[in-house]
Design a protein around this ligand. Structure first.
Ligand code: SF4
Ligand code: SF4
Ligand code: SF4
Length: 251
């Protein structure tokens, strides 16, 4: 286990108002150390994958913090508690949550008004933790235990039938409320769900690329065969014309 001081970055004291120029994290760059630093930062983030920090998820934000490319006060779901933890880990001074990222309101669980759902599946495609189930043209519903309250499904719905109702015992519990320690178990589950989804999407992309390559190769073979056939036919025509001319001369 690495000690906190092991992670102390070399860019402490950098004026963050200056335009971003990639900053090396350590005096002697070491990939394993860098990964460990990113892991340690990521472990402090709520894992809602909401993108309010301006990055494509908690891990990319952790990587940007580790690289000294962004500040530690951009995670609204984590609130002050997360900023304080990040400050302690990185040695960068704590500061109030950046209002440009949104307020530190309590995350809620999404709710689909199922009678209005047209089954377009767009919310499924937007959900980072696979917390929505349903099939095309069928009603969709939210698995409350897997919902991080990221709200990414709300703008994705074309009929506006997804709500983020106030969290009560009836509607679902608040997730990772700010000003309190992160619920590590829920955060760990959300990270696992997110990573599993990413892996599935990557596999699908690879399969599509392979299929496209196969199709391209098949098309190329067909094109080559067609070209070759056309050439043969042109040559045969030319030979036939030459033979006909010769026979005509010989008559
Ligand atoms: S919880 Fe949202 S704002 Fe916080 S780091 Fe993760 S993606 Fe960014
Ligand atoms: S159901 Fe909606 S709010 Fe909940 S995790 Fe999925 S996208 Fe986010
Ligand atoms: S995006 Fe809206 S309409 Fe489409 S499946 Fe989801 S809840 Fe239903």
């Amino acid at each position: 286990m690495s000690r906190r001081s092991d992670f102390r970055p070399a860019h402490i004291g950098v004026d963050r108002r200056m335009p971003a120029r990639p900053v090396r994290i350590f005096e002697s760059p070491n990939r394993a150390m860098t990964d460990a630093f990113v892991d340690a930062i990521d472990a402090l983030l709520p894992q809602t994958q909401c993108r309010r920090c301006g990055y494509d998820g908690c891990r990319p934000y952790a990587e940007a913090i580790a690289a000294g490319e962004t500040d530690i006060n951009r995670c609204p779901p984590g609130g002050t508690a997360t900023i304080d933890n990040l400050a302690a880990l990185t040695g960068v001074g704590a500061k109030p949550l950046d209002p440009a990222c949104g307020d530190a309101s309590v995350a809620r669980v999404a709710f689909i008004r199922e009678a209005e759902c047209i089954g377009c599946t767009r919310c499924i495609q937007a959900c980072p933790t696979d917390a929505i189930v349903g099939a095309a043209k069928q009603m969709h519903t939210v698995i409350a235990a897997d919902c991080t309250g990221c709200e990414l499904c709300v703008p994705a719905c074309p009929v506006d039938c997804i709500d983020m109702p106030a969290s009560t015992p009836e509607t679902g519990q608040p997730l990772w409320p700010p000003e309190r320690p992160i619920d590590a178990e829920r955060a760990g589950r959300a990270r696992a769900l997110f990573e599993a989804r990413q892996q599935r999407l990557n596999r699908r992309t690879t399969r599509r690329r392979r299929a496209n390559r196969h199709e391209d190769t098949h098309d190329a073979h067909e094109d080559a065969a067609a070209t070759s056939g056309a050439k043969k036919s042109t040559i045969a025509d030319a030979i036939a014309r030459a033979r006909a001319k010769r026979e005509k001369r010989e008559e």
